[in-house]
Design a protein around this ligand. Structure first.
Ligand code: NAD
Length: 257
């Protein structure tokens, strides 16, 4: 007799930390987790942003705590871990959604721009992993936010592309080393509307038309459309998935034109 029972796709009852969780995709994930019944700490550099998102998390009747961090400073991430341990007794899920970008070209980019981007986007993921893994002693799931730029050449984004390629390689490396207790996966979003880029991708712009034309689903994504992938990778339903990159791009990357 075949059993059709399966583990539900949910983060209810889990304890999550979302770095870069007070705006954009990270905030959507933090609030999506809270809406499902997870306790969530959403952290970034801004005290005001942390407070605002924490208040929204609490509206879902779950626990949270307030702590800021700068992913370029490992000590601040130790404070995040300590805060989570004090508030929740441990951590089951970590999402690294912090972002940094520079549009300097391959010919022109200098050390300062390069280092700024890689320090936040790549070294930051490493620091988040190193700081948070010790709190995940009951096992858990780390979800790193990558980008299509890891595998598709995008003009004027050399540091960002290199950092995201590094994030995907580091995701596989840490998946191997932290197994079997901790699973590590990445999400590669396509073009996602956030409050910060709403103008760049505004309807009617040439950029938006090009993206919509090439995307099989014919549009850019709302940030809430990243939440399902994060819930899946964070949940026990993905218990046999690690070292994987889940592309959420409406089909863009695999579509020729
Ligand atoms: N929006 C998109 O279209 C898109 C596409 C692909 C990948 N991504 C990736 O998704 C992630 C989230 O991007 P977003 O579009 O939501 O951007 P966003 O700017 O809205 O969010 C980034 C968050 O990171 C925080 N942050 C930045 N530097 C930090 C630091 N040094 N320490 C701690 N926190 C820091 C910011 O405060 C903010 O909360 C990023 O990794 C980005 O590269 C975004």
């Amino acid at each position: 007799m075949v059993s059709y029972e399966h583990t539900p796709v949910t983060v209810a009852g889990k304890r999550a930390v979302v770095v870069g969780g007070t705006s954009g995709i990270g905030q959507a994930i933090a609030l999506g987790f809270a809406a499902e019944g997870a306790d969530v700490i959403a952290t970034s550099r801004s005290e005001d942003a942390v407070e605002e998102t924490a208040a929204e998390i609490e509206e879902h009747g779950v626990d949270t705590a307030r702590v800021t961090c700068d992913v370029t400073d490992a000590e601040t991430l130790d404070e995040v871990r300590e805060t989570a341990e004090d508030a929740f007794g441990g951590v089951d899920v970590v999402v690294a959604s912090q972002g940094a970008i520079s549009r300097e070209t391959v010919r022109d980019i200098g050390d300062d721009d390069w280092d700024f981007v890689t320090d936040v986007a790549l070294d930051g993921v490493r620091r988040v992993t190193q700081a948070m893994a010790p709190a995940m002693d009951g096992g858990g799931s780390i979800v790193n936010i990558s980008s299509l730029a890891a595998r598709l050449a995008m003009a004027n984004l050399p540091a960002y592309s290199a950092a995201k390629g590094g994030v995907e390689a580091f995701t596989r490396a840490s998946a191997k080393e932290l197994a079997p207790e901790i699973r590590v996966n990445a999400i590669a979003p396509g073009f996602v509307i956030t409050p910060q880029n709403a103008e760049t991708y505004a309807e009617g712009t040439e950029k938006r038309e090009k993206i919509d034309d090439r995307t099989p689903l014919g549009r850019v994504a709302d940030r809430e459309e990243m939440v399902g992938a994060a819930v899946y990778l964070a949940s026990d339903a993905s218990s046999f998935v690690t070292g994987e990159v889940l592309t959420v791009d409406g089909g863009f990357a695999d579509s020729a034109f």
